[in-house]
Design a protein around this ligand. Structure first.
Ligand SMILES: NC(=O)c1ccc[n+]([C@@H]2O[C@H](COP(=O)([O-])OP(=O)(O)OC[C@H]3O[C@@H](n4cnc5c(N)ncnc54)[C@H](OP(=O)(O)O)[C@@H]3O)[C@@H](O)[C@H]2O)c1
Length: 258
């Protein structure tokens, strides 16, 4: 808080990794603006966090909609936001051609237009104050083309590239920017994807949030979890790129809905 300020905004805060960031930040003393589409789980979380003595505001709207910029500008104008977590994403796991084009567009809207808008809107006031932090939730899929998750994986590569570039550009203005390249994480979204099947080794959302916040000052890419960091190193540095892509495709195919 001494570094970034006392208010944080979390886009996609109602459950999973976003809710874990909210709990961790509230425990550290932050007041929060929580965003998601469903008001009810946001309100439940807000009641829990207000009990810690924090100011918690809830904004229920669709981050993929045209209202995005004006909603974020209102939040930026009324709160001195020092930390932004862009967590919300749409992930469609299915063959590329059988996924309707509309779904691909929605992934582009939420996963790429969203973080660019948030980084621009909140980055302006952070740069004026000379301090702030922006966390973009990326994924291990960012490092290789991801068959059966092609558009999702490409949006996560976009987030990684955006965060790496902004960390250099905005770092000298006092703003730390990181991409959290999470591996499999036990969120409600991930659990529903598994539908009772045994999936890959998965981290707890709380561990993803804690490890990311602890490494914010490093700027650039963060891979939470020793196992994930080792796998990313192995696949990126020791395997030919095409082989890594094929291995990932094989693992993802096992998770396709039956
Ligand atoms: N879980 C994993 O294994 C994993 C692995 C690597 C990376 N990640 C990344 O981590 C992030 C979070 O993943 P997760 O599994 O926790 O996701 P999730 O369970 O699907 O939760 C996403 C959050 O975003 C909100 N949200 C989704 N679409 C929204 C929209 N259009 N407008 C407003 N809010 C929206 C959801 O609430 P509402 O439904 O109420 O809107 C929810 O609070 C994502 O960026 C994902 O790509 C996850």
């Amino acid at each position: 808080m001494a570094t970034y300020g006392t208010w944080a905004v979390i886009a996609g805060a109602s459950e999973g990794i976003g809710a874990a960031f909210a709990r961790e930040l509230a425990a550290s003393g932050y007041s929060l603006v929580l965003i998601a589409r469903r008001a009810a789980p946001l309100e439940t979380l807000a009641i829990e966090l207000r009990a810690l003595g924090r100011e918690i505001e809830v904004h229920a709207f669709d981050l993929a909609s045209d209202a995005l910029e004006s909603e974020l500008r209102t939040i930026a104008a009324t709160h001195p936001i020092g930390l932004v977590v862009w967590n919300a994403a749409l992930s469609v796991m299915a063959p590329f051609l059988t996924t309707p084009l509309d779904q691909h567009r929605r992934m582009l809207d939420l996963n790429t237009r969203g973080p660019v808008t948030a980084a621009h809107v909140f980055g302006e006031s952070m740069a004026t104050r000379g301090r702030g932090a922006i966390i973009l939730l990326s994924s291990l899929t960012a490092f290789w083309g991801s068959a059966y998750l092609a558009t999702y994986g490409a949006t996560k590569a976009f987030n990684l590239s955006l965060a790496e570039a902004l960390s250099i550009e905005l770092g000298p203005r006092g703003i730390d920017v990181v991409a959290c390249c999470a591996g499999a994480t036990l969120t409600p979204g991930f659990s529903s994807l598994l539908a009772g099947r045994k999936g890959p080794r998965a981290m707890a959302p709380e561990a993803v949030a804690t490890q990311t916040l602890a490494k914010l000052h490093r700027r650039g890419a963060i891979v939470p979890g020793g196992f994930n960091a080792f796998a990313q190193f192995l696949m990126s540095r020791l395997f030919p790129r095409r082989l890594a892509i094929k291995i990932m495709a094989g693992e993802t195919r096992k998770l396709l809905p039956r």
